[in-house]
Structure formats: C-alpha cells, structure tokens
Design a binder for this molecule. Structure first.
Ligand code: PLP
Ligand code: COI
Length: 345
C-alpha cells in the first residue's frame, strides 16, 4: 500500500480496500457484503442514472487522542438519509443497519483511518441509488446501498483558513417546496459549472439566495451559512430549501454551551453587512470563515455590485476559531463529549 502523507490530505475520491454493500429487493435487504472490486454492474436503463434517483450522506470517523475510534453523530445521518429516500420513494436502511455498515466500512479500511494528530479523518460516503431499469416516472422498490470511504484532510487545502464567496445573480440552487432540503445527488449537478466559473475568479464558495425572491440567504453550495452578530449571537438561515446540516446543528449546540444566543430564522441579504464573522459549516468543510462575500449579477462577468467584508485585520475571527476548536476537539476526543455525539466503535 502506498504511504499516505496524512498532513497533506485534501478531500478526494480514494481507492481504499473495501466498499460495504447491501441490495434491497423483493421487500427486504440482502445480507451485508464486503466488496473489494470497486465497481458496480448496472443496467444502462437504471433509474439512478437517467432520473437521478440517487442520494447520499457524508460523515466522518476519527482516531481519537486515547486511541479509540469514533464516528460523529451517525444516527443523524441515518435519519436524514431516510428522509431523503422517502422524498424520492426509495427504501432506506434502518438506523442500525446504516450505523453497522458505517462501522464495517471503518473496520475494513483501518489502514486508511488517519492516526491522531494530523487533523485528518476517514470520510464516510454512504450512497443509496435505484438500480432498476425503468422508463416510467414512478418509484420501484429496489435499491443499492453502498458505504465507501476516503481519508480526508482539509476541503480547501488548509484548516480554518478564510475563503472568499460569491453570490451569483444568475444561478439558483433550489426551488421553494423543491429538493433543496434533501441530500439528493441531483442538487449538486447544478453547482458544477457555477463552481468552475467561481473558482477561476478566485472564489472558493458560492452563496445561494432563496430562489423565490432572492431577498434571503439560503446556503453555500457545499455547506450551511452562519453569521456572528455582536460577538455573542449565532445566526443561521431558516429556509425550506436548505439542507439540515448536522455540523450546523452541532455548532448551534456548541454556541449555546458557550452562553451565546442562537437565532435560526430567515436572514435578509442586507443583514450580511451586520455580521462581524460569517462562514460555511458542514462535514467536509468543518468551518470555512469567509473573508468577504461579493454579489455579482452575472457570474461570468466582472461586475461586482456589492461586497460584504469580514475579518478587517486579516485574521480568522474569534468566534469561528472558538467554535472550530470546540467541534474538532470533541471529534478528536480532546474535549469531553458531554452531549454523547461520538459513537465509539
Ligand atoms: N449544505 C449542503 C448543500 C451540503 O452538501 C452539506 C454537506 O453535507 C451541508 C450543507 C452540511 O451538512 P452536514 O453538516 O450534515 O455535513
Ligand atoms: C459533506 O460535507 O459531507 C458533503 O457532502 C459536501 C460535499 C458535497 C462537498
């Protein structure tokens, strides 16, 4: 096996040893299978490919300071997958099956679990898709559930380093009463080209507004939005088209533990001017503090009509830093897990 440089891991697909699989057919899940082939055989008519009847999850396993292994809040990911699956009429694994398959994935890829001390973890990617060949636009009770993993470090190339974001005036992420709050594969398809354009212009992130009125902040393409107000209030959007982030939920609980106020409510675009700190949060990105957020009416064109600036002295703000240390400290077993978020293997 190739030697892994644990300190320079990014966030990429990885050829580990084992993928954990189960197949739902004829009203029941198959036995769990461990596969080392890293390939699926699927029918060219599969619904998963043609109609994006496919969804996924993302969670992390950590080697903790005392040597033990913990998966962070897998019960929440199991519940979110079940909610997403129900939305597209797919059978979903039970919570215990979901967690068992995540555990098997870690145990059978242990050589890819980063050792303690490298700020890295094993990212678990559970995928649920419809393999049935079908042209009709109705659900069919068959599913493949696969849990794969990849050693992961920092999403943007460095930990807790600030990034720039752009609000694109000519792209939306999700319709009201549409798919935005579900972790559907299809939700990400529409972000690829705007991300490509944004990256070419030096923006790491896209910040999407609510598509009905474009007056409120929804979320980033990869993560939820949060802002810090008055040094003591954590504000995050309440919106039907935002993915319910488990990291965001965790940070809200951390903020409350610090004695901060937590406000989950619609966030008007203009309020971006009132935050001292703002950032994205999610499993992959953890916390990404934003240095500034630009508004561009047309993403491909140079015109910027407004800029919201954070970090005036060029340093990541104190609340982002404190929240980051808290959540990663709990994940790596350095801070007592008073809420019972770490599921120990
Ligand atoms: N929003 C989007 C669009 C995401 O893809 C993710 C990542 O999973 C999140 C938010 C953050 O969710 P979580 O903290 O559960 O990973
Ligand atoms: C995660 O954070 O787990 C995600 O799935 C985000 C990814 C799509 C960039």
């Amino acid at each position: 096996m190739a030697q892994i440089d644990w300190d320079s891991l990014g966030f990429d697909a990885y050829r580990t040893r084992t993928v954990v699989l189960a197949h739902y057919q004829d009203g029941a899940w198959s036995d769990i299978e461990l596969s080392e082939t890293f390939s699926f055989t699927i029918d060219p008519f599969t619904q998963g490919l043609h109609y994006a009847i496919s969804c996924f999850e993302g969670l992390k396993a950590f080697r903790q300071r005392d040597g033990s292994i913990a998966i962070f809040r897998p019960d929440k990911n199991a519940a979110r997958l079940a909610r997403t699956a129900a939305f597209i009429g797919m059978p979903a694994p039970t919570e215990s099956m979901f967690i068992k398959m995540c555990e098997l994935c870690v145990q059978n890829n242990l050589e890819f679990l980063p050792p303690y001390g490298h700020q890295a973890s094993l990212y678990l990617r559970p995928l649920l898709f419809a393999p049935h060949p079908q042209m009709q636009l109705v659900p069919y009770p068959e599913a493949i559930f696969a849990v794969m993993c990849a050693p992961a470090g920092s999403y943007y190339g460095a930990h807790l380093r600030s990034a720039a974001a752009v609000i694109p005036g000519d792209f939306d992420r999700a319709a009201p009463k549409g798919t935005g709050s579900y972790k559907l594969s299809a939700n990400y398809a529409g972000t690829f080209v705007p991300y490509q354009i944004a990256h070419q212009q030096g923006y790491a992130e896209l910040l999407y507004l609510n598509s009905a009125t474009r007056e409120f902040v929804d979320e980033f393409g990869s993560s939820n939005f949060f802002g810090i107000k008055g040094g003591n209030t954590y504000v995050t959007p309440l919106s039907d088209s935002v993915l319910p982030s488990i990291t965001n939920l965790t940070l809200q609980e951390c903020a409350a533990d610090f004695g901060m106020m937590v406000e989950k409510r619609p966030v008007p675009l203009d309020e971006l001017d009132e935050f001292e700190e703002a950032g994205g949060c999610g499993t992959a990105v953890v916390i990404t503090p934003m240095s500034h957020i630009d508004i561009k009416p047309v993403l491909r064109e140079p015109l910027v009509t407004r800029t919201f600036r954070y970090e005036p002295d060029g340093e990541v703000g104190p609340v982002c830093t404190r929240l980051y240390k808290r959540i990663t400290g709990i994940q790596f077993g350095e801070i007592e897990d008073v809420h019972g978020w770490c599921y120990k293997l």
